[in-house]
Write a protein that binds this ligand. Structure first.
Ligand code: AMP
Ligand code: MG
Length: 654
């Protein structure tokens, strides 16, 4: 039976009920909702596919080798449009559908639908459950059909095309033209779906309290809408170890795969191009060096005249001098040489240079050379050996550093084409924040995040738009986000994204765009919002960083910085180095920790690292004291003194 079935995840919706968030891609129990649905379909089908209309690259990542199929019909036409493309694609006799927001459906769905289909000779078999109105417990239960959980014969495609042609868009409407078998499932919770961010968070919290691990297979009996989570097994677990939290590398990948480079470029004089990103390859218009020249101060000669192995020393006659910039143009005769300076063009006919210190004797214009002093061809820099004419001198994507300016100048190139600067808007959120210069009232703190963000963005070479402090007020937040989305390529905020924070920060972010709220398996910097904020025609990527000052910096470096570099068109990767821990470091597996450290050189010359004092995520002094971040990886446990750890030098962060 399984070999006849193709599984299709319906993820083509606009997500209006989730503040336009793309539901399928919401993080859920260590992966995404759609990954959970896919994992439940796979064992029931020969192959699977996803129907989606937005964020196709992200869906493709989840789908792996399986196809992601956008609607054939335009305009988010609903699940029937997904069914249509699914049937067009379906390589098998039967198509099994499941929506992207129902991660708990039964693992025998296909089997039971198929059995009913065969018995009733139906075109389609659909799941049905019995429900009761929670408001009226004495009322009779009613039959609830679940048309999105159907097994359908691929041969009904012409009927579906005809139905869509008439303008019909409702599944139930289309089903009327088919022979439908209904299959009653008694576990109605298994067909529960997640409609709002609230549902999602509730399901996520319920999962966190269960003793599940972060595998992409959800518990079959978990109910999205169940009440308070059972407490027992969680009690044994440390408070902030959360199997539902998203590992850092997954979050980085999800972000990285969505971001594309800003296309616009500009051409600048070389001296204005430092720290900018090269938009097109620099092709060398000349050979570098342009001509064969001497690598040493010495004597240019013909290799054929050198004394052979075992032969007596040979005396050469010096017939002239070649300086850099002043070539000697006469070809020597046999056993003649030319005194030559480093960088001077090799005179015609010469192919070797004897370094002056290897001359056995010099007497007036007589230079004596011992056997085997040099080999023919020695000490020459050949034309084009650094860069051949027509070759790529520097590839596009390079962040131009001083050496690059020098290399470009060495080619005689005066202007370079670079990507335009990124425009990044940033603001801090929080009623407790006061700006420098204002009076600090009781219960308030000075806004420091805007200053660290300013510094980090400035270092990246962005055009920055400082939007100040925005109050924890839905209207103010909406105005700020809209304004930022109109002017900037990216928006960086701090504060308000943790679950405890004023909830409307998250709601407003979700409302204005396609924003995911992640709980990350890391410390510091657990909460993070990422997505796209829309304001009419304009949009900007949003990085909602946590509020705590150290968490802001760490999450900026780990998530915002690589994304901004990618938007700038730069290819760059953070380089870590290894250093020996001077003391033991406590670390719990299951989350990535970023501790502040000081790298120094040990007595034996090897790099060593010790932690700065308090590591709290609000303790900014630990950042100024430190010169690096010690990266303790997800699976890593306690580190013993003397063990090597990875460190990220602040100097490498530009
Ligand atoms: P939140 O995520 O908004 O709950 O903020 C977490 C913590 O970070 C709170 O203690 C805030 O007062 C603090 N915080 C938030 N934003 C800033 C800021 N811009 N400067 C300094 N501290 C901040
Ligand atoms: Mg706050």
């Amino acid at each position: 039976m399984k070999s006849k079935v193709t599984g299709l995840v319906l993820a083509g919706g606009r997500g209006t009920r989730m503040g336009r968030v793309d539901k399928g891609l919401q993080p859920f129990r260590g992966s995404t909702l759609v990954a959970h649905v896919l994992a439940r379909l796979k064992p029931q089908a020969a192959s699977v596919a996803i129907n989606a209309n937005r964020n196709l690259p992200q869906y493709q990542m989840v789908a792996g080798e399986s196809p992601v199929l956008p609607d054939f019909l335009e305009g988010f036409a609903g699940p029937l449009a997904g069914l249509q493309i699914g049937l067009q694609f379906c390589p098998t006799e039967l198509l099994l559908t499941a929506p992207c927001d129902s991660p708990f459906f039964p693992l025998d769905l296909a089997e039971r639908l198929h059995a009913a289909m065969a018995v009733q000779d139906a075109d389609l078999a659909m799941a049905v459950t019995m429900e009761r109105d929670p408001e009226q417990s004495d009322a009779a239960p009613y039959r609830q059909p679940h048309p999105v959980f159907s097994l359908i014969k691929a041969s009904v495609l012409p009927q579906l095309d005809a139905y869509l042609e008439t303008g019909g868009r409702r599944m139930e409407g289309f089903f009327k033209s088919l022979r439908v078998a209904e299959v009653l499932f008694d576990d109605s919770a298994a067909f529960g779906n997640i409609n709002t961010l609230e549902d999602l968070h509730r399901a996520e919290r319920a999962a966190a309290a269960e003793q599940t691990t972060a595998t992409p297979t959800p518990m079959p009996n978990a109910d999205a809408a169940s009440g308070p989570a059972p407490a027992s097994p969680a009690a044994a677990r440390p408070a902030d170890s959360d199997p539902a939290a998203l590992p850092v590398d997954q979050a980085q990948r999800l972000i990285f795969d969505r971001i594309t480079a800003v296309e616009a470029t500009e051409t600048l004089p070389l001296l204005n191009a430092l720290d900018r990103v090269l938009a097109a390859d620099i092709i060398s218009p000349i050979n570098v060096p342009a001509y064969d020249n001497s690598a040493m101060d010495g004597y240019a000669l013909r290799g054929a005249d050198l004394p052979a192995d075992g032969a007596a020393p040979v005396t050469f006659k010096n017939i002239g001098i070649a300086y850099a910039g002043h070539p000697f143009t006469q070809a020597p005769q046999q056993n003649e040489c030319i005194r030559i300076m480093t960088g001077a063009a090799i005179p015609p006919g010469c192919d070797s240079v004897l370094p002056q210190e290897l001359a056995a004797a010099i007497d007036g214009d007589q230079v004596t050379i011992a056997a085997n002093a040099i080999r023919a061809g020695a000490n020459l820099r050949r034309a084009g050996e650094d860069l051949p004419q027509g070759g790529i001198a520097i590839a596009a994507g390079k962040l131009l550093r001083p050496a690059d300016l020098g290399l470009i100048a060495s080619l005689g190139i005066a202007n370079v084409t670079v990507r335009r600067k990124l425009r990044v808007a940033f603001f801090s959120t929080g009623d407790e924040l006061r700006s420098v210069g204002e009076k600090l009232e009781a219960g308030c703190v000075y806004d420091s995040n805007r200053y660290t963000l300013f510094g980090m963005l400035q270092r990246l070479g962005c055009d920055i738009i400082d939007m100040g402090v925005v109050r924890d007020d839905p209207h103010a937040l909406e105005t700020a986000l809209r304004e930022a989305a109109k002017t900037a390529d990216a928006i960086i905020t701090s504060g308000g994204v943790s679950e405890g924070a004023a909830d409307y920060t998250r709601d407003i972010m979700a409302l204005l765009g396609d924003v995911a709220f992640w709980k990350l398996a890391m410390r510091p910097g657990r909460p993070l919002a990422f997505g796209k904020v829309q304001a009419e025609q304009d949009s900007a990527w949003l990085f909602g960083l946590p509020g705590n000052p150290v968490a802001v910096m760490v999450s900026f470096y780990l998530f915002a910085r690589p994304a901004l570099l990618r938007m700038m068109g730069a290819d760059s990767k953070l380089q870590t180095m290894q250093a020996r821990a001077t003391d033991t470091i406590r670390k719990r597996p299951g989350r990535t920790e970023y501790q502040r450290g000081i790298v120094s050189t040990a007595a034996d010359g090897a790099p060593q690292v010790r932690l700065t004092g308090a590591q709290g995520s609000g303790i900014l002094s630990s950042m100024t004291e430190a010169n690096c971040i010690v990266v303790l990886h997800h699976a890593q446990a306690n580190v013993a003194a003397g063990q090597l750890v990875d460190v990220l030098l602040f100097d490498g962060l530009t």
